[in-house]
Ligand binder design. Structure first.
Ligand code: URA
Length: 218
């Protein structure tokens, strides 16, 4: 049996609602930011369902001892927002992730407007990841896939296992999904929608425009 990358599009009314707000060209920047925060939270909720490492314990209630389950604090958890636009999802994602347990590493990548090639301007990754580290990658738009492929190469060269990663992205497009599935068949992606394709400038159509510009209003 060959392994195939999985792309999940959770069927949730709140995800559909906030996606519509984000898509609307007349949504002001402050509301766009709220939509990204909500989508960051809702998609992270879905993405972490089978991602957290769990541990069985016994707990003493006021009445009796009983079996219980907690998140295993010994397994490292990492969240990686891809700047700039990934920051828009971080606030919502963080509201679900238990902060003392989760490390946040920032990656900054910029796309060349003509070649569409992505390159790093910031890399705060550790030199090495422990092999069992769970990684959540945040980038609202997966268009050509160039940025995410660069990020994945940086992560895997530091020992991160793609099977233990979850990508959270608001809008995804077939070119990015094709490239990622060819190179990383064990990946899991959580997205609000898979759109039709890209325009000649590498923007997703219909998409929602430039997620970084719309979040920060610059
Ligand atoms: N990045 C964005 O912000 N929007 C797109 O449509 C593609 C890449």
């Amino acid at each position: 049996m060959t392994l195939q990358m999985r792309v999940y599009v959770p069927d949730h009314p709140l995800i559909k609602h906030w996606l519509t707000i984000a898509r609307d060209a007349y949504t002001p920047s402050a509301l766009f930011k709220t939509a990204m925060k909500e989508l960051g939270c809702l998609l992270t909720y879905e993405a972490t369902r089978y991602w957290f490492p769990m541990r069985e314990i016994q707990v003493q209630t006021p009445l009796a001892e009983c079996p219980a389950t907690i998140i295993n604090p010994e397994v490292p958890l990492a969240v990686i927002p891809i700047l700039r636009a990934g920051l828009a999802l971080l606030e919502g994602a963080q509201s679900l992730l238990l902060s003392p347990l989760v490390s946040i590493y920032h990656l900054g990548l910029v796309r060349d407007e003509t070649t569409l090639e992505a390159s790093f301007y910031l890399n705060k990754l550790p030199e090495k990841f422990q092999p069992d580290t769970r990684i959540l990658l945040l980038d609202p738009m997966l268009a050509t896939g160039g940025t995410m492929l660069e990020a994945m190469a940086a992560l895997t060269s530091r020992g991160a296992d793609p099977a233990l990663m979850r990508i959270v992205s608001v809008v995804t497009a077939p070119p990015a999904l094709k490239k990622l599935s060819e190179q990383y068949p064990s990946l899991n992606i959580y997205t609000a929608i898979i759109d039709e394709g890209l325009n000649s400038k590498g923007y997703i159509v219909p998409g929602l425009g430039d997620a970084g510009d719309r979040t920060f209003g610059t």
